[in-house]
Design a protein around this ligand. Structure first.
Ligand SMILES: C[S@@+](CC[C@H](N)C(=O)[O-])C[C@H]1O[C@@H](n2cnc3c(N)ncnc32)[C@H](O)[C@@H]1O
Length: 346
């Protein structure tokens, strides 16, 4: 499995220096390009552990967590656009996305920090889509205790067809406004969905709210590229957060024992300069029952607002086209892995 190790000392330094932005929570901006991390060790099945328990709490105010500078339009980081994106992608999702970017090995590695150690745990899989990650969850937890939530009925229709998921509850809903009561679940799992949420801090705040005291969130998502061309396409497509941002969002939401484990396909051999669609698994534990200490600001995207069809179509096509770059990168890295002798960097 292609997971790698990084220690948290530099992250802690960076995170402690974060000043609250005038609008409440802001992105850390372009200071972070992944270069702050120690060099990656050769691939091994090791864990990254970034402990942030002692980080000072920052302004407990959540409004727009992702401002979008013109250089980062992130066309598909939008609920309506994501809906249409998956209207089409759902047709081939299991055949195209999983083998290329999100393999069973990676999934099991990413879910390991979730500690799915009891079949009776109540689990919610948010942005569960076609149920690929849920298939990993139900290896450890009884399917009847698992709920798959997604905003795309087309993705959920695929999940409904899967035999091991027959007993799961499958519901349509929004990750930023979960239809579960406070203190409901033992585990919150979300894989590959945060990149579409207009306000990721709000989604992580929801993860905190729906968990029980001592419950654990495990959020798997992309990581930001360092190579300029990959950064360009990532920024046009959707949200590729920096590792520091995940930790900041978890910490602000109130989570303790926040840890980040790097994951990636085997054939990347530890290379992360192109970013990864599934690049890390971030976990945190809910230390007190009740709602998150973080205040909500207004919602970023009002899905009921009408949109200009031409603008929508233009954004959608540009975003989707930028996404195809990552199909090509995967093929390129896979071929490179075949050609370049073992032990040499690729
Ligand atoms: C890359 S797929 C991941 C699916 C699944 N978790 C997996 O591991 O294969 C992302 C999913 O997130 C869903 N999604 C995007 N934005 C969402 C939102 N705001 N609320 C709920 N689901 C959302 C999409 O519909 C899509 O099914």
């Amino acid at each position: 499995m292609a997971s790698t190790m990084l220690t948290g000392a530099e992250n802690l330094t960076l995170i402690r220096k974060i000043a609250p932005s005038p609008k409440g929570l802001g992105f850390l901006g372009s200071d972070f390009h992944g270069n702050h991390f120690p060099k990656l060790a050769p691939l091994s099945s090791s864990k990254i552990s970034i402990k942030v328990g002692k980080i000072k709490t920052l302004t407990p105010k959540c409004s727009v967590s992702a401002s979008r500078p013109a250089s980062q339009p992130r066309f598909i980081q939008n609920k309506k656009e994501a809906f249409w994106f998956y209207r089409f992608l759902s047709i081939v999702y299991d055949h195209v996305i999983n083998p290329g970017h999100w393999t069973e090995d990676m999934r099991d590695d990413a879910l390991e920090p979730a500690e799915l150690n009891n079949r009776r745990l109540t689990v919610v899989d948010v942005g569960g889509g076609t149920g690929f990650t849920t298939l990993g969850v139900v290896k450890h937890v009884d399917a009847k205790n698992v709920t798959i939530l997604d905003q795309s009925p087309h993705q959920l229709a695929k999940a409904k067809e899967k035999e091991p998921l027959k007993e799961c509850k499958i519901i349509e809903g929004d990750a930023e406004n979960l239809p579960f009561p406070t203190d409901y679940a033992d585990r919150y799992v979300s894989a590959g969905s945060i990149e579409y949420w207009p306000d990721p801090q709000r989604g992580i705040r929801e993860a905190y709210r729906v968990l029980r005291l001592g419950g654990k969130a495990c959020l798997i998502g992309p990581v930001y590229p360092t190579f300029w061309l990959s950064r360009f396409f990532a920024d046009v497509w959707m949200l590729f957060p920096k590792e520091e941002e995940y930790i900041e969002w978890f910490t602000k939401a109130g989570f303790k024992d926040v840890q980040l484990k790097r994951i990636g396909p085997k054939w990347y051999r530890g290379v992360r300069r192109h970013g990864l669609i599934m690049g890390c698994s971030v976990t945190g534990v809910k230390p007190a029952s009740g709602d998150s200490p973080l205040e909500h600001g207004p919602k970023v995207e009002d899905v009921s607002e009408p949109v200009n069809r031409f603008v929508f179509l233009g954004r959608f096509l540009l975003g989707a086209l930028a996404g195809t770059y990552y199909v090509l990168v995967t093929i390129y890295m896979w071929i490179k892995d075949l050609i370049v002798p073992r032990g040499q960097p690729i």
